[in-house]
Design a protein around this ligand. Sequence first.
Ligand SMILES: [Zn+2]
Length: 284
Amino acid sequence: MIIMNQGTDGQTGAFSGSLAAAAAIPVIGVTTEVGRRLAAATREASGTEVHLKSEAEIGTRSTRNVIAERGTMSGSFVIVGAHLDSVSEGSGMNDNASGSAAVLEAALRLARELATGMPIRFAFWGAEERGLLGSRHHLSTIPEDEHRRIGLYINLDMVGLPNFGRFIQLTPENKSELVASTVASLNRSFAQHGLPVEERTRRSRGFGSDDASFAARDIPTVSLFTGAGGTKSEAQAQRFGGSAGQPFDSCYHKACDTLANVYGQVLEQITDVLTDAVNELASH
Ligand SMILES: [Zn+2]
């Protein structure tokens, strides 16, 4: 099976997808141009034989999650997580060194306080870009009883964009008191810092960052992010500043997702707001 990219604006490079399970036949993704050439060659005459040579490697790689806990994981607890990996195209400084840095910094700040309130598990996931492998593995290997005690998952992915928005994203079908109080606490913190914010709901249960792994298991999720490959609207440019009609992240999954693609000020803001919210959870 050869899958070519669709050929619309920005969708002309080699198609890359991931399979949920091993396929019985070889599958290869090609650029729009290669796809068109192959299709044209097969149309020239019936019985035309087309050859495609590819250099590929199939193998097993290992990855790992890094987990740190604050307090004793008894009773209800909260997981705060970010993925550590990036796509192979680039270094992934915004996606997702930024989210990992925010979670690490919040954990370090919280470590200075006494652990009195809700226990927190800080998680740095492996292989998110390969199909949420790290977070899915975690959820499928913890005991059933522990699974039931996860009150909330907070996800940080892409939180340092230069052409940023500030988004709080919720899973619509999973609302709880803990979600409501956490969202209220995030909104309060954004307001205290004088920072505009926009609330969103997750579009579908099967897509997204590691929050999708939790949503798929009916665990409430709250995500903080500053945008992805989508386009910033006029209203959003008025609210957050930056350029309307431009992507939030012009280097999404590209080689240019370097340190130049991280705006320290917004990363700091998101980290402060996350720290406030986690502090509140951990001290009540
Ligand atoms: Zn990401």
